[in-house]
Design a protein around this ligand. Structure first.
Ligand code: BG6
Length: 489
């Protein structure tokens, strides 16, 4: 049930995320009739823009980034809900003005509206804004006010704890929506349905039957315009600590007793807690990092990372990470979970591979036929399907086996798939926390990568750059899985 009326206050409304994701998501929710009956989007920005100028800017961006084509009729309706508001993040008076502005909306609603604060700004401003929100009493009603915070949530475990404590001074945990947009992806959510809505897979979902799990999030893009942010962040913080560990949780979690948000979040924390911590002297054994040099991506010449804008010519920031994790619990004893992610890789492809164990004995051994491993491949993007790979008899007079595939194509059954941000913003408008990260999840995830982070911090990698743009990453990433007789799928 959508909470109404609601005022959505976007800090950083002229930024990249707002233009590519937030406004398109709100617009698509609007045209599908999913926005609250009474709503206002108050777009905050530093510059002295007129409403008209800002709305034109949003319209141009919608034309480029909206999932559904924009029509003049829908735009006319939608734009009436947007107000631009000049605001300085670090000035107390700006928050007083904001208070008055919010009161004005409430007057029109005829009651105190719900407030959804969206912090679409760099991580360094979260504490400033949160303090000001508190001091100016902007979020005075715990039943009605919520805050959405973008990742990265802190830059290590200590700073995440600090931030959680600070937010706790203004907001109850139930009011805090820490976004990890991977959890809003249709195919990631489908893991829950697939695992717990069927009786045929769950009995095989353990160390007795599964040989290894692989999670790959490969990107074609480089750092684009985010050089200075990325230099400080790197792939471990940007992707592994959040997106990849969250996917891992979806694959590895125990069946939740219900779909209640606390229950699902508890089961995910259990997974994070059970991930074996890598001791400092073993980091190089379990984790690999890399940085792209120049190359060719998708037929186009690509610069090396160190030549990108805002990047130091001797940068040590990693743009690729592969890690082998183990989970110390009954279900997953000794099953390696290989995760990898990189920028400027050969192709954009995110997918999960569940590889099943070989048969203990083979009926076909005397025919000296090679049996391919049974695999379940869950394609997250751009393909959105689930493939089961198994052996079958090749039609013909002799008994020859060949690997075949059974495919469920998510996209074919539902072309009108919402963007991750639509799903997550709608959930926030409804007050559903299930797909958002709780404080303990974030802290635990930082703990999982802590020794890797500490070991790499300040280390000069003389081998950087060590993979070509347009490849599948550095050689050591292959060695990491091959040592155990596996290979990246
Ligand atoms: C973001 C990272 O969280 O996710 C980016 O900061 C990355 O570096 C992006 O490119 C990937 O998201 P998607 O949805 O394009 O796979």
């Amino acid at each position: 049930k959508i909470l109404q009326p609601t005022t959505i206050i976007i800090f950083g409304s002229t930024g990249d995320l707002a233009k590519r994701k937030l406004f398109p998501a709100f617009y698509n929710l609007y045209i599908s009739g999913r926005m609250p009956k009474g709503f206002n989007i108050l777009a905050l920005g530093r510059a002295d823009n007129s409403d008209e100028y800002f709305k034109n800017y949003i319209k141009e961006n919608l034309e480029q980034f909206s999932r559904k084509k924009i029509s003049s009729e829908d735009w006319a309706g939608f734009q009436a809900h947007i107000t631009y508001f000049q605001h300085q993040l670090d000035e107390e008076n700006s928050y007083k003005d904001l208070y008055e502005k919010l009161e004005k909306f409430d007057k029109v609603y005829g009651k105190r509206g719900n407030r959804l604060f969206y912090l679409s700004i760099g991580p360094n401003f979260v504490s400033t804004i949160s303090n000001h929100i508190k001091n100016a009493s902007l979020a005075s009603d715990p039943e009605k006010d919520r805050i959405i915070i973008e990742k990265p949530f802190g830059h290590d475990k200590e700073s995440a704890i600090e931030l959680n404590n600070l937010l706790a001074e203004t907001f109850e945990e139930e009011q805090i929506y820490r976004i990890d947009h991977y959890l809003g992806k249709e195919t990631v959510q489908n893991i829950l349905a697939f695992r717990f809505g069927n009786s045929i897979f769950e009995p095989l979902w353990d160390c007795k039957h599964i040989e290894s799990v692989q999670i790959t999030v490969a990107e074609e893009v480089g750092v684009e315009t985010r050089g200075s942010f990325y230099e400080e962040t790197g792939a471990l913080r940007d992707m592994i600590q959040n997106h990849l560990l969250q996917i891992l949780c979806m694959v590895a979690m125990e069946p939740p007793a219900s779909l209640e948000s606390g229950e699902i979040r508890d089961r995910k924390v259990d997974v994070l807690k059970s991930i074996r911590r890598i001791s400092s002297d073993k980091v190089d054994h379990y984790a690999v990092r890399g940085q792209y040099g120049k190359g060719t991506v998708n037929g186009a010449k690509a610069k090396g990372y160190r030549q990108e804008e805002g990047i130091a010519p001797d940068s040590n920031t990693e743009t690729f990470v592969a890690v082998k994790f183990y989970l110390d619990n009954d279900r997953w004893q000794d099953v390696p979970f290989y995760v990898r992610t990189g920028k400027k890789m050969k192709e954009k492809h995110s997918y999960i591979t569940i590889q099943f164990k070989p048969l203990p004995t083979s009926t076909f051994s005397e025919t000296s036929q090679q049996l391919s491993a049974n695999r379940l491949i869950i394609n997250i993007q751009p393909l959105m399907d689930i493939r089961l790979q198994f052996m079958a008899k090749q039609p013909g007079l002799s008994l020859v086996l060949k690997p075949v595939e059974m495919i469920f194509d998510n996209f074919a059954c539902q072309e009108d798939t919402p963007e991750a941000y639509e799903t997550l913003l709608l959930d926030a408008l409804m007050g559903d926390l299930t797909l958002f990260m709780r404080s303990d999840q974030v802290e635990e995830a930082w703990d999982v990568v802590k020794t890797i982070q500490d070991t790499w911090e300040g280390r000069k990698d003389s081998s950087f750059p060590d993979y070509e743009a347009g490849s599948w990453g550095p050689e050591e990433s292959f060695a990491l899985v091959e040592r155990q007789g596996h290979s990246w799928v």
